[in-house]
Design a binder for this molecule. Structure first.
Ligand code: ADP
Ligand code: MG
Length: 348
């Protein structure tokens, strides 16, 4: 495999004619060499456009793309040593798996025996060795997706760009394909930028995640850091299921994750370092053994609907229609400015 290279964007911007704001707005990003970087954000936030500019399929309005330290603006996609797999990857239906994988090499006029060797190497790596003579319609969705990856891989790209490649698989297959992709990345170590709107995918796969909104980068960091210390209320609520609870209090918004609250009686007398408040429980949902309590929080700020997620190991009996004392560790409270919605260190 080629040496891992880094990808960098500098003030990268794309304005489409007639758009009221840039689709990609001044984005500065830098991958590490061999990193698995995940771009996460809601539909329409500019993920695909950003990826297409890195690939050379879209011309930036402003800014630079650098690959391995070289500015590649103006270089055609072929010259960038990049492989891109889209959500709607199309395999050639009448070609076999082998012919599909070899196709880019044939286009490059590689000799047949070398082509064959390379295709078998890629097929092996992706667990397709037994399927080389089948046609796409004889494959499952997950297998087809792996053929698309193998076809991208045979050219030994320096960078992989994956745009929601799992989104037309069902949930179970998606989980398997996710593991396969991670495993595969560990093996080849190619710098990968992976686009998704699915936070579970982002949290599970990324070395770091980049959270985007409206063409801009809101936060970059390892999944745990972004989850635990969101830079603003958008990131706080886009990540997490259920999302972070946000309670207005004077000129500050108090945030806490649903799993950070506990019934006060679990702690007994040891309430040091905890904030106590009350939850009027309206409704209880059972999800994977956890209890999700939907209710109104009072005593934290303005009375506000919140969700508390109690793990199955908390056995406190709780009934809808009743009010209970709850606590959150002070260290688990987050604060955001009411005006800017940006994180701040303390409420004062
Ligand atoms: P995402 O991949 O995050 O869903 P896109 O990059 O596809 O977002 O789109 C970002 C914004 O740019 C959207 O508002 C979209 O409508 C707009 N856009 C994307 N491609 C084009 C295009 N070819 N022409 C005009 N507007 C576009
Ligand atoms: Mg997209």
């Amino acid at each position: 495999m080629a040496d891992a290279v880094a990808v960098e964007t500098v003030s990268l911007t794309k304005r489409f004619p007639g758009g009221d704001r840039p689709a990609v707005d001044n984005v500065d990003l830098a991958t590490e060499e061999g990193e698995y970087l995940v771009l996460l954000g809601p539909s329409g936030c500019g993920k695909t456009t950003l990826l297409r500019m890195i690939a050379g399929l879209e011309q930036p309005s402003d800014g630079e793309v650098r690959i391995g330290g070289d500015v590649v603006n103006g270089l055609p996609p072929r010259a960038r040593r990049i492989a891109m797999v889209f959500q709607s990857y199309a395999l050639y239906p009448h070609k076999t798996v082998r012919q599909n994988i070899e196709f880019p090499l044939k286009a490059e006029k590689m000799p047949p025996d070398k082509r064959r060797e390379r295709a078998e190497w890629a097929a092996d790596l992706l667990g397709l060795a037994g399927l080389l003579d089948r046609r796409p319609r004889q494959l499952s969705g997950g297998e087809r997706q792996r053929v698309a990856l193998a076809r991208a891989l045979v050219r030994e790209p320096s960078v992989f760009l994956l745009d929601e490649p799992l989104s037309n698989l069902d949930a179970k297959l998606r989980a398997v394909a996710r593991d396969d992709l991670k495993e595969f990345h560990k093996e080849v170590g190619t710098t990968t930028i992976y686009v998704t709107h699915d936070q579970v995918e982002a949290m599970g796969m990324g070395d770091r995640i980049v959270v985007m909104l409206d063409g801009q980068v809101r936060q970059v960091g390892p999944p745990q850091a972004v989850y635990e210390r969101p830079d603003d209320t958008f990131v706080a609520t886009f990540l997490g299921s259920p999302p972070m609870n946000l309670v207005p209090r004077d000129d500050v918004i108090v945030g806490f994750r649903p799993e950070k609250a506990l019934p006060a009686d679990v702690l007994g007398e040891r309430l040091d370092g905890h904030t106590r408040w009350s939850l009027d429980v309206n409704r209880i949902e059972y999800l994977s053994g956890d209890r999700h309590l939907h209710g109104l929080a009072t005593g934290l700020g303005k009375p506000t609907p919140v969700i508390v997620r109690l793990p199955a190991t908390v056995l406190t009996p709780i009934e809808a229609g009743t009010t209970y004392g709850f606590v959150v560790r002070e260290a688990d409270l987050r604060y955001f400015d009411s005006e800017t919605e940006r994180a701040r260190e303390s409420p004062a």
